[in-house]
Design a protein around this ligand. Structure first.
Ligand SMILES: [Mn+2]
Length: 342
């Protein structure tokens, strides 16, 4: 865990040929007892590898190795923020970042759609950011300072939550670095309350605080309070509600048109339909489908400059392991769209 931008290289792999993962290349280097047809489980192999220092447990996104995982040369930095403090119903989003990194070991590094090995842009997995328990505003500040440092290094930063409130730290940092920033929010909920359970920095207030910084475009919303609806009407804002997305084929054009040139994207994974993404703190029926989300992100990445994104509110213990894999794939594909397409 770290709390600032100066950290040692978390892993030092000795093998660096091409875009391969440790499990692709290391088998012939395993100690004899970890090979062969014995009834060794994967855990046994990790244990044996610790003895012989053959390879390390895969705690890096997609199991990437040097040079593709090196901080200095990576275009992309993944920042895991296992913070989960203001969730009101099903907690456990603190386990989200690790579950995504673990599932990412099973990604194919070649992306059929983009016809590229996306990882060759360099994806560095930053050590998990240590939570602060004195309140979400302090955690938001910590995220803000780390992101500022990574922006100075010219990185494309992807935050893996954790709950939604630290997204404010990301937007604050990008708002200072980028003129005319707008924020695209994919979410089942509006998150526009001024205060919730005694805090103005609760995850239920995150988009209200972001709205105070820059324009927001909300997509996939299907649940909000009357007070939030009134707030939207007062400010002459209207989300792209789930109801309209389904019936209006031109909504993608309208969403693109509502965004400024520089776009930050915050994805609350409860925007997906609970049939494919039940592993969230606050599931809402009737959400977006996989291909629908990909098509939207791809179009926006083609037409706008995506500065960074986050993926929040994933609560792995509430669903099958396919959820973690879906999100690992989403992270990988969206990096491809945002970094390779323009
Ligand atoms: Mn939500």
């Amino acid at each position: 865990m770290v709390s600032d931008t100066n950290h040692p290289e978390p892993f030092a792999f000795s093998c660096s040929e091409g875009a391969k993962r440790p499990k692709d290349i290391a088998r012939d280097k395993l100690p004899e007892e970890a090979k062969g047809s014995s009834n060794k489980t994967q855990n046994d192999i990790w244990t044996n590898s610790n003895k012989g220092s053959v390879f390390l447990p895969p705690r890096v996104f997609a199991g990437l190795e040097s040079p593709y995982s090196d901080l200095e040369t990576a275009r992309v930095v993944l920042l895991p923020v296992p913070y989960d403090s203001t969730t009101e119903w099903r907690s456990g989003t603190r386990h989200g970042p690790q579950a995504i990194v673990d599932a990412s070991q099973y990604l194919e590094l070649y992306d059929l759609e983009l016809d590229r090995e996306v990882c060759k842009v360099g994806i560095h997995t930053y050590p998990q950011l240590e939570p602060i328990v004195s309140g979400p505003e302090h955690m938001i500040d910590r995220v803000y300072h780390v992101i500022k440092g990574l922006i100075r290094k010219g990185k494309f930063v992807v935050m893996l939550g954790g709950e939604h409130s630290p997204s404010l730290g990301m937007v604050r940092a990008w708002g200072e670095a980028c003129p005319e920033l707008s924020v695209l929010q994919l979410d089942a909920h509006a998150d526009l309350r001024d205060e919730y359970l005694g805090s103005r920095y609760s995850q239920a207030c995150v988009m209200r605080r972001i709205f105070e910084l820059c324009p927001i475009v909300q997509v996939g919303v299907r649940s909000l309070s009357w007070v939030e609806k009134e707030f939207l009407m007062q400010h002459k804002c209207s989300p792209f509600y789930m109801l309209n997305l389904e019936s209006d084929a031109s909504s993608t054009e309208q969403i693109v048109g509502a965004l400024s040139e520089n776009v930050y994207v915050t994805i609350d994974v409860d925007v997906f339909d609970p049939a494919i993404m039940p592993a969230v703190g606050t599931p809402e029926p009737g959400g977006m489908q996989w291909q629908q989300v990909l098509n939207l992100l791809k179009t926006i990445a083609l037409r706008k400059h995506i500065v960074g994104f986050d993926l929040v509110e994933f609560c792995p213990q509430e669903g099958p392991s396919s959820c973690a894999f879906l999100l690992a794939k989403l992270v990988y594909k969206f990096i491809g769209y945002a970094v390779l397409q323009r």
